[in-house]
Design a protein around this ligand. Structure first.
Ligand code: 5GP
Length: 246
């Protein structure tokens, strides 16, 4: 059956789902950085992200975070709930790295005084500019209630994932989340976690050596990208025999 694409992203394609209210999220092998300026194809990367994201979304569901994830369909695809994506990228930081280091002159690796949540406009053409709460509510990107829900979910996800990764000797340095709107059984609109959680949108450092196990290996030309993603999957105990997954 030929699937109808709904949205083509840099690392994923969203297709029409098999039933109303669903989409299929397909994980590609493409890697991009610097807002699409740097690109590469890394065979097998999409499979790793599909597995890792499935595992983390299921774990978050277990602790009561509503997510778009329904089930993994095969090695590269998962069935998700159809949401209206909120055009905000929510970044949570625990340790100084990436754009925070560049923008504020902090030292990479320094523990932040507390977890910091930042918002960016999801707009590649504008280079995802940073937003304040005021921009978000004034320009109706999200209502004050939605923003409250987003903030509390983002902090809860951070606490939970920090502990989950700590247990497998990995420091959760920072990560990016996206949220979507959905109508629940009572016809009420609510916000749920969407997109993916994987080494493409998290910074994950080995706790003992501080080795980077995420997309920074691509951004900084460190090599061993797929091996690092596989290492994360291995420590999460989800690296099955890939032949069984088709
Ligand atoms: P930074 O602002 O330091 O570049 O990124 C902070 C965190 O959010 C990093 O873990 C990074 O991977 C993630 N992140 C920020 N923007 C994006 C984006 O547009 N796409 C992806 N995949 N991750 C992002």
């Amino acid at each position: 059956m030929k699937l109808r694409p709904i949205y083509e992203g840099k690392a994923k394609t969203i297709y029409e789902g098999p039933e109303a209210g669903t989409f299929i999220q397909h994980f590609k092998d493409s890697l991009t950085a610097q807002n699409g300026v740097k690109t590469a194809n890394l065979p097998g990367k999409g499979i790793m992200n599909n597995l890792i994201s499935e595992h983390l979304m299921l774990a978050l569901h277990e602790i009561g975070i509503p997510t778009h994830f329904i089930r993994r369909m095969n090695a590269r695809e998962q069935l998700i709930r159809q949401v209206e994506i909120i055009k905000i990228e929510v970044v949570v930081r625990n340790i100084a790295a990436g754009s925070l280091v560049k923008r504020l002159g902090k030292t990479e690796g320094d523990r932040l005084p507390r977890s910091i949540v930042e918002y960016y406009l999801k707009d590649d053409k504008l280079g995802d500019p940073m937003l304040s709460d005021e921009h978000i509510t004034a320009f109706n990107l999200a209502s004050p209630q939605e923003l409250d829900d987003i903030l509390s979910m983002a902090l809860r996800v951070n606490d939970f994932l920090t502990g989950l990764f700590w247990a497998i000797n990995i420091r959760l340095v920072d990560f990016k989340l996206e949220f979507g709107r959905i109508f629940d059984e009572n016809g009420e609109m609510r916000v749920i976690l969407a997109d993916e959680i994987s080494p493409d949108n998290c910074r994950l450092w080995d706790k003992s050596s501080n080795a980077k196990l995420d997309k920074d290996r691509f951004r900084e030309d460190l090599g061993d990208i797929l091996e690092s993603y596989q290492e994360v999957a291995k420590r999460l105990n989800i690296l099955y025999d890939l032949n069984q997954m088709a």
